[in-house]
Design a protein around this ligand. Structure first.
Ligand code: GRF
Length: 197
């Protein structure tokens, strides 16, 4: 069984997609061993509790320095003994030490077709605002391994999603989640859990 730790910052719809896919058997050989959120009071924590997955908050606001936070974060991550770490809307820069320790064991979902609309500053609605401003006709989502750059690691899966006339950033964000993100992330985990990568 692949021990999977999911890291989140907010609503956790991607976390929910993973939970549902493990429950339905769409994702096999996988145990969700924990959820770490960097924010308090987010819906992700309720989703984890409902699914019976141990969850906790590790927030930079509770530490005097970034180094202290990074050390604590790595200590908490290690405590779950994960085989795979899934960043599902985790809006914190991963400490270099953690990337070294978990090389090729951290994956991220990004809501565009990398290399478009990615890198520093492209997160949340900003990604979709930029895609609409450029007038692209397709966007989508990408699951990739995490390396020391921002959205630069090897690509695992991508799925294109149509941009429609009159789309707002919110509408496009939702369509990309429904048609791409919620499918790709469970699929990538299943591939890794079953040695298909
Ligand atoms: C998703 O759009 C994901 O691609 C991005 O952050 C968002 C998280 O949404 N990295 P949720 O918390 O899974 O609902």
């Amino acid at each position: 069984m692949l021990r999977v730790l999911v890291m989140v910052s907010g609503g956790g719809t991607n976390l929910q997609a993973i939970i549902d896919a493990v429950k339905s058997g769409e994702v096999t050989n996988t145990e969700l061993v924990g959820v770490i959120s960097n924010n308090y009071g987010v819906k992700s924590l309720d989703r984890a509790a409902l699914a019976g997955i141990p969850a906790e908050v590790c927030s930079a606001k509770d530490f005097a320095s970034r180094d202290e936070f990074n050390d604590r974060l790595l200590e908490r991550v290690d405590s779950y003994k994960p085989d795979l770490i899934v960043l599902a809307g985790f809006l914190v820069v991963i400490p270099e030490k953690m990337i070294d320790k978990y090389e090729n064991k951290i994956i991220n979902i990004h809501p565009s077709l990398i290399p478009s609309f990615c890198g520093t500053g492209y997160y949340g609605l900003k990604v979709h605002e930029a895609a609409l401003a450029r007038g692209v006709k397709v966007s989508g989502a990408t699951v990739h391994f995490v390396d020391k750059g921002t959205d630069t690691g090897p690509i695992i899966l991508q799925k294109a999603v149509e941009v429609k006339k009159g789309d707002t950033p919110e509408v496009l964000q939702r369509r990309i989640m429904e048609e791409a993100e919620w499918k790709l992330l469970p699929q990538a985990i299943d591939m890794i859990a079953n040695g298909k990568l």
